[in-house]
Design a protein around this ligand. Structure first.
Ligand code: C2E
Ligand code: MG
Ligand code: MG
Ligand code: MG
Length: 286
C-alpha cells in the first residue's frame, strides 16, 4: 500500500514538474513575442545628489506587462531571456528607448542602462552602442552603462576590452550591486569603471544595526581614495538618508525616499520641479 502511495505521489510530482515546465515554456514563447512586438517598456528611477536638489541621472528599468499574468518582475524575465539567448535584443531595445527618452530631458540629466553578462560576452556591444548613440543623437557623455559586479568578475577579460572601448567614447561605466559579488576591493582600481552603486543590502539595516553602518562606511572609505563615484541604492527612509548624509557615504542617492521608478514624461516634470524647489522640498527632507 505504501508503495502504491509513493508511486502515486511520484506521479503527482512528475505532473507538477510537467506543469511547471509547460508554464515556463509558455512564458518563454510569450517573452519571445513581447520582444518581437517591442512590448517591453521602460521606466526610470532618478538618482539625486544627497541634498535632493540635483537630479543627475535616471536608471532605465525594463518592464514587461504580460497580457494575462500582469507585470512580470525584470529579475525573472531577464533571466529567462538570458536562458533563451535573447537578452541582447532586450538590451538593444531598452538602450534605444533610453537614449531617445533622455533626449527629451534637460541636458544636465543622464541616463543609465543595465547590461547583462551576455552583452559583455558578445563582441559587438560597443558597435551597437555607438550606432544607437548616432541614431538618437544622444551625447555619449549622457550615457551610463551598469554592469553587475558578478558579471564583471565572470567575464573580466572580455569585459575589460569592451568597457575600455565604451569609456573611450565618453560613456560612464558603473558597477551595479556593488559589494555582493565578492570581488576583492583591492583590484577595484584596476577595473575600467567610473562609479560604484553600493547594493541596497548594505543600506537596509543601517538605522537599527551599528555594525551595518560601519560596514557601509568601510566600503565607502575604501572606495573614496580611488576617484570613483559612489551611488547608494535602495535608500527607503529618511533615517537612512540622514545617516548616509551625516557620514558622507554617497555622491548620489537612488531609492524610494526620493522617487520610485516613473514614466519618462514624469522625469521631465520632476526635473523642472527639482530645478525650481529641489526635490528635497517635495519629499520633506531638506
Ligand atoms: P538594479 O539594476 O539593481 O535596479 C534597482 C532595483 O531596485 C530596481 O528593481 C528598483 O525598482 C529597485 N529599487 C529602487 N529603489 C529601491 C528602494 O528604495 N527599495 C527597494 N526595495 N527597491 C528599490 P527592478 O526594476 O525590479 O529591477 C530589478 C533588477 O532587474 C535590476 O536591478 C536589474 O538587475 C534588472 N533589470 C531591470 N531592467 C533591466 C534591463 O533593461 N536589462 C538588464 N540586463 N537588467 C535589468
Ligand atoms: Mg542597475
Ligand atoms: Mg542596482
Ligand atoms: Mg541592486
Amino acid at each position: 500500500e505504501s508503495k502504491a502511495r509513493s508511486r502515486g505521489s511520484f506521479t503527482l510530482f512528475v505532473k507538477e514538474m510537467d506543469a511547471r515546465y509547460l508554464e515556463r515554456q509558455r512564458l518563454k514563447a510569450d517573452l519571445r513575442a513581447a520582444v518581437d512586438q517591442h512590448a517591453i517598456t521602460v521606466v526610470y528611477q532618478p538618482m539625486f545628489t544627497p541634498d535632493g536638489r540635483g537630479l543627475v541621472c535616471c536608471e532605465a528599468l525594463a518592464r514587461w506587462h504580460h497580457p494575462e499574468k500582469g507585470p512580470i518582475a525584470p529579475n525573472i524575465f531577464i533571466q529567462i531571456a538570458e536562458e533563451m539567448g535573447i537578452v541582447t535584443e532586450i538590451t538593444e531595445q531598452v538602450l534605444r528607448r533610453a537614449c531617445f527618452d533622455c533626449q527629451t530631458w534637460p541636458e544636465a540629466i543622464g541616463v543609465s542602462v543595465n547590461l547583462s553578462v551576455h552583452d559583455l560576452r558578445q563582441g559587438d556591444l560597443a558597435a551597437t552602442v555607438e550606432r544607437i548613440l548616432s541614431e538618437t543623437g544622444l551625447s555619449a557623455k549622457r550615457l551610463h552603462l551598469e554592469v553587475t559586479e558578478s558579471s564583471l568578475i565572470e567575464e573580466l577579460t572580455p569585459a575589460r576590452a569592451v568597457l575600455d572601448r565604451l569609456r573611450g567614447l565618453g560613456i560612464t561605466i558603473s558597477i551595479d550591486d556593488f559589494g555582493t559579488g565578492f570581488s576583492s576591493l583591492s583590484y577595484l582600481d584596476t577595473l575600467p569603471v567610473d562609479v560604484v552603486k553600493i547594493d541596497r543590502s548594505f543600506v537596509r539595516n543601517i538605522g537599527q544595526d551599528a555594525r551595518r553602518l560601519k560596514l557601509l562606511r568601510g566600503i565607502v572609505s575604501l572606495t573614496r581614495g580611488l576617484d570613483i563615484g559612489i551611488v547608494v541604492e535602495g535608500v527607503e527612509t529618511r533615517e537612512q538618508l540622514s545617516l548616509i548624509k551625516k557620514h558622507n557615504c554617497a555622491d548620489l542617492i537612488q531609492g524610494y525616499v526620493f522617487s520610485m521608478p516613473i514614466a519618462p514624461h514624469a522625469i521631465a516634470a520632476l526635473a523642472e520641479e527639482a530645478e525650481v524647489n529641489g526635490i528635497a522640498a517635495h519629499v520633506g527632507v531638506a
